[in-house]
Design a protein around this ligand. Sequence first.
Ligand SMILES: *Cc1c(COP(=O)(O)O)cnc(C)c1O
Length: 377
Amino acid sequence: MRIGTKLIHSEGSIDKNTGALSTPIYQASTFHQFDIDNFGKYDYSRSGNPTRDVLENLIAELEGGDGGFAFASGMAAICSVLSIFSAGDHIVICGDVYGGTYRAVTKLFSRFNIQHTFVDASNLEEIRDAIKENTKGLYLETPSNPLLKITDIKDAVKVAKAKDIIVIVDNTFMSPLLQRPIELGADIVVHSATKFIGGHSDVISGLVVTKNKELSSEIRQIQNTFGAVLGPQDCWLLIRGLKTLKVRVLECQKNAEILAKWLQDRPEVEKVYYPGLEGHPGRESHLAQSYGGGAVLSFKFKSLEKTKHFLNNVENVGVAVSLGGVETIVSYPVKMSHAAIPREEREKLGVTDTLIRVSAGLEDIEDLIESFEKAIN
Ligand SMILES: *Cc1c(COP(=O)(O)O)cnc(C)c1O
């Protein structure tokens, strides 16, 4: 089965008891045991829930992994994954990582002596140089946020595997439709399912997929111990969101491409960052490991004045934190996703106060361009 079909006809997509074409929401915390010597498949919903099972099996299948795990947020998923490391371990992590992950690594896991080095992960040499005796993990986002930097996943995996290092990829920006890191050699994939997988700006959620039985059993244990599981109603929203992932992401991607090219030709715009654009650094690697430039782009205005004017005047889009919704979402990284990163660090990464990120939605592109044009002028 191809991925567009898998999204809709997953195992459990038809309810075995009733034939319902929509997965039942098992709003139950606990399950009666009919035989005290042989417990049924479910006993308590932190450990397992039938609605969550359908979602977890589906995401595992979509990413081509062994196990899937649903969490209460992307950050709960990421922090649960980082909990596989122990005191004294070291991880190499991309410098322009999601702000919440930056906070988790620098403020939370550092307290448990899990050490880290930030690198420009688009540069293989920097990754290689940062690896130490105690390095146990390599954490990547590609394309990265918000400058859409590209890491060649296969190359990075080669460097990591030579040292037995676990490769974790945050695949939020691409979704399993456009990029499947496990197929490229990664060990663990994480998602903020709040974004493209949910797709309607109505649910906070996270997903993890593991490559093999050993990692699955480790993550399952952490999920059950830490307990940041996703509730059955929210699992159902993600199952529904996934059914339209293909049409949504492909259409959003088309709009992003047109918008990126249009912005590039504007005299007020200094630079456009989009992996689908000719000349974007790492474009070749990106297109070899994925199915298109994605639906997220960033751009810089030439002046702060124009930047603020645009943000305060752009109509028919959301000006908000987040991405991956049906609506176009314009965000301002220095005050939103990257506010947790100190100014100096931020500017070194190129996240300046003239930078705007756009997650293209499903609106008619002519209207989007009209909105942007009006807000620029
Ligand atoms: C939003 C986001 C997260 C965090 O996910 P939440 O669902 O908000 O907790 C992590 N990584 C990336 C790339 C994101 O965009």
